[in-house]
Design a protein around this ligand. Structure first.
Ligand SMILES: [Ca+2]
Length: 250
């Protein structure tokens, strides 16, 4: 075989190999678009989600006569805060603190790139009772926050405001005082406090309080003083009002 002949033969072989490779690639592409495609995508999605770490947070109501409304939990980067003491709260947190409605704050947080996961519980947590929620966090999204309203109050809430999650299998126990959102006057009147049936109100509470007289900034709540319908002997508290235990599940 001459040198030229060998070159041609080699070229033919390379061409055949390339054709075979292209055919195999084409088969793979066809396969990737076949019936198994959705399953593959699901597996990929599951795999991506599993890269996050799952945490369990248990919140206990430490008050004698206050219930917690549904509890919001979020994982996020360092620097995200639900509120700042001494400053006005966001309208979304005001709604949570005045009405027990987590939806506006959940929507706000969900739209933030610095937030990884937002979970809202359901139902009320009675004095002495606990509720457990699970959420995911990963990488730099290693902080979490918690918030829920105390009822019956005008705008009291407890919160964990951006705390670093425990590392490894360690659990972290935190306590929260009651905060006042500063967005509603504390008239302690049934007509101003939404919610279920309260003893002092003889039925469900009312709507929002009249505007005006709100304190204007988030602060430690001053408690129930008997200036309206609520009975301090039944509803007042001493801080802390909530115990929060968080630990990693996987
Ligand atoms: Ca207030």
């Amino acid at each position: 075989m001459t040198k030229r002949t060998r070159s041609v033969a080699l070229l033919v072989s390379l061409t055949a190999l390339a054709a075979f490779s292209l055919a195999a690639l084409a088969r793979n592409l066809t396969s990737a678009q076949g019936p198994g495609d959705q399953q593959d995508a699901n597996l990929l999605g599951t795999s991506a989600r599993e890269q996050g770490q799952q945490y369990e947070v248990t919140i206990t109501n430490l008050t004698r006569g206050q219930q917690f409304t549904p509890i919001l939990v979020a994982s996020h980067r360092e620097g995200v805060s639900l509120f700042k003491l001494g400053e006005p709260v966001s309208p979304q947190l005001a709604t949570l603190a005045e009405e027990g409605n987590t939806a506006p704050l959940a929507a706000l947080l969900s739209g933030m790139p610095a937030v990884r996961d937002v979970v809202s519980g359901s139902g009320l947590t009675d004095p002495g009772k606990s509720v457990t929620l699970t959420f995911e966090a990963t990488g730099a999204f290693d902080h979490f926050s918690v918030a829920a309203m105390l009822i019956p109050t005008n705008d009291a809430f407890f919160a964990i405001n951006g705390v670093e999650l425990p590392r490894g299998n360690n659990s972290l126990t935190l306590f929260s005082p009651a905060y006042d959102a500063g967005s509603e006057r504390n008239d302690e009147l049934c007509a101003s406090i939404p919610g279920p049936s309260f003893t002092e109100c003889g039925g469900p509470g009312g709507g929002g309080a009249p505007t005006g007289g709100e304190e204007g900034f988030a602060h430690i709540h001053a408690g129930i003083h008997g200036i309206g319908n609520l009975m301090p002997a039944r509803r007042d508290w001493r801080n802390p009002v909530a115990r929060i235990i968080v630990r990693r599940m996987r």
